[in-house]
Design a protein around this ligand. Sequence first.
Ligand SMILES: [Mn+2]
Length: 317
Amino acid sequence: MLHQKPCVLISDWEWGAGKQGTSKGPDTVIKLSESAGFPFFNNHTITYIRQEQIIDLDESPMPFLKNGQQLYEHQKRLCKATYDLNNQGCKVLILTGDHSNAIGGLSGLCKAREGKNVGVIWIDAHMDLHSPYTTPSGNVHGMSMNAILGDDNVEFASNAIDTVSADTWQKTKQLKHQNGEKNRVKPNHIVYIGVRDFERQEEALVQKHDIRCYYPEDIAEKGMSAILAETLDYLEDCDYLYVSFDVDSMDPSISLGTGTPVPDGLNLQDSETVLSTFWKHPKTQVLEITEVNPTLESDNEMAKAVAGLIHRSFGNS
Ligand SMILES: [Mn+2]
């Protein structure tokens, strides 16, 4: 049993991704979980932050920060909801549309734990370390870790950013800040697990900040349990943890129901070890599962796999 009461937060924002459809991920996981007879979602309060089309998506096009204004507004709402739930003492499971939702979730945790060291464990095929200055696509789900790290990587800038985009990006990054802080999450409080598809601009940031990464060859060599123990040891001086699990960290043989599948990913057993280990760790205050896209496959294999993982990893909590 956990010492903290778990609760569930749904944020179906999907306009940070190039492919639409992840907004259907959380509801599909919950529906399939219930039809399989898994009790988790019946046992816990669920809060919904639904995406709203506040302004026309194309009203202010930002080619290097697509849907940036609405992203900011949505992530501000997710930040507040995460803050409220964690501040009330809940350990929060967040199911999200695309991975740009990590900005709001992490920001809410940082605000709920003002003055404390928050560590970030990012289980993903990708580093998500582009900024508007380096992004080839403009999709913010490839920039969420950059927003958390807070280094625009201007040394590798290839895009000319207009002032509206620059201001919106600054505001978005500052959602996690308190009282003029500059570097809310320290680079040595970040760990990647399973990354295997990244670009040189992202790799340069990892090298510059000496960010801890576990690649597929490390997982094959050491085994997942050892890597998780090392990770927790490395993050020992973090007071609290934000754990973000992108389902594309998993191997495409499990499912192709995610926007950017990459070979050589985690198997189901390792994924369960990751989720159960971090969920029950007392420092983990928020655990996010993201990027399930039911529209990319006809048989919902990814949503079924995630429902099963949640049941086996968190079922007794
Ligand atoms: Mn991701």
